[in-house]
Design a protein around this ligand. Structure first.
Ligand code: ATP
Ligand code: MG
Length: 265
């Protein structure tokens, strides 16, 4: 897709992400995380308390090493805190066994990372289908869901392309489609624009804003102040703690910002 085409995000089958704003989806209380490296211990999180409601779009910022990725991994149930409480949609994550944890992660949470982490010899469609392999679903349904997700990120015309045949921005959009294919209620993105040029980054934010407008709760880690301006709320980490937590005063609209940016052919 060229940069001029508008990016359309749609939910063709009226999926159940109708915003029920106000409901708490993430509740963390006094979370601590300590990494042990032989003799030394790294206290990566030092008491993080936070509540995120459905429909929020949160940007997490902070210096390198301040604990952002550690926090995201805990939110995504990829890692457990040393102490503290984490309720995901009201469920105490600590009470779940491995299988239940994997199931909840697969169903409720979508992940996007800085590196796109796509399988090289696998088409956009097949990459997108991957997370559905863990869900109970027949082939036709997998296919339909993957197509729907690719459509949401404006890549319906690239389903047969391999990652090497896609631009960086398109690869990241496949990664987003893959994150959305199980219809999660929360999208966690850890520096998704880290490898992208500025226009492509704003195009990605247009997709995020679109998805958020349709009810998806988004938590985005970024180093860039300009990118954080597309969120509704901004949280700054420092030394494993929340340093600042405030609403974004003049929220940028990605579609508008794109009009002011040069198009690189
Ligand atoms: N697996 C690990 N083992 C030991 N220490 C770790 C591990 N992962 C992270 N750390 C340490 O924990 C602290 C927080 O790291 P984290 O990756 O959460 O930072 P970050 O805010 O995401 O940084 P960046 O902006 O560079 O991605 C750092 O001091 C880091 O060195
Ligand atoms: Mg990080």
């Amino acid at each position: 897709m060229s940069a001029q085409e508008p990016i359309s995000v749609s939910f063709p089958d009226g999926r159940e992400t109708v915003p029920r704003d106000g409901e708490t989806v993430i509740h963390v209380e006094e979370i601590h995380k300590v990494y042990s490296l032989g003799e030394t211990q790294v206290h990566a999180l030092r008491g993080v308390t936070l509540e995120i409601k459905r429909g929020e779009f949160v940007a997490i910022m902070g210096a390198s090493g301040s604990g952002k990725s550690t926090f995201m991994n805990i939110l995504g149930c990829l890692d457990k805190p040393a102490s503290g409480r984490y309720l995901l949609e009201g469920i105490d994550v600590a009470s779940l066994d491995k299988r239940q944890l994997a199931a909840i992660r697969n169903r409720k949470i979508g992940f996007v990372f800085q590196g796109f982490n796509l399988l090289a010899r696998t088409t956009a469609l097949e990459n997108t289908e991957l997370p559905t392999l863990y869900a109970r679903m027949d082939r036709a349904e997998r296919h339909r869901r993957a197509l729907e997700a690719l459509q949401m990120v404006g890549l319906a015309e690239r389903t047969g392309h391999f990652p090497s045949q896609l631009s960086g921005g398109q690869q990241q959009r496949v990664a987003i489609a893959r994150a959305l294919v199980n219809r999660p209620s929360i999208l966690l993105a850890d520096e998704p624009t880290g490898n992208l040029d500025s226009r492509t980054s704003v195009e990605l934010m247009e997709i995020f804003q679109s998805l958020n407008a349709r009810g998806l709760t988004i938590i985005l880690v970024t180093h860039e102040h300009d990118i954080a301006q597309f969120a509704k709320r901004s949280i700054v980490f420092r030394d494993g703690k929340i340093r600042r937590d405030e609403g974004v005063a003049r929220r940028a609209v990605a579609g508008e910002v794109l009009k002011t940016m040069p198009v690189i052919e």
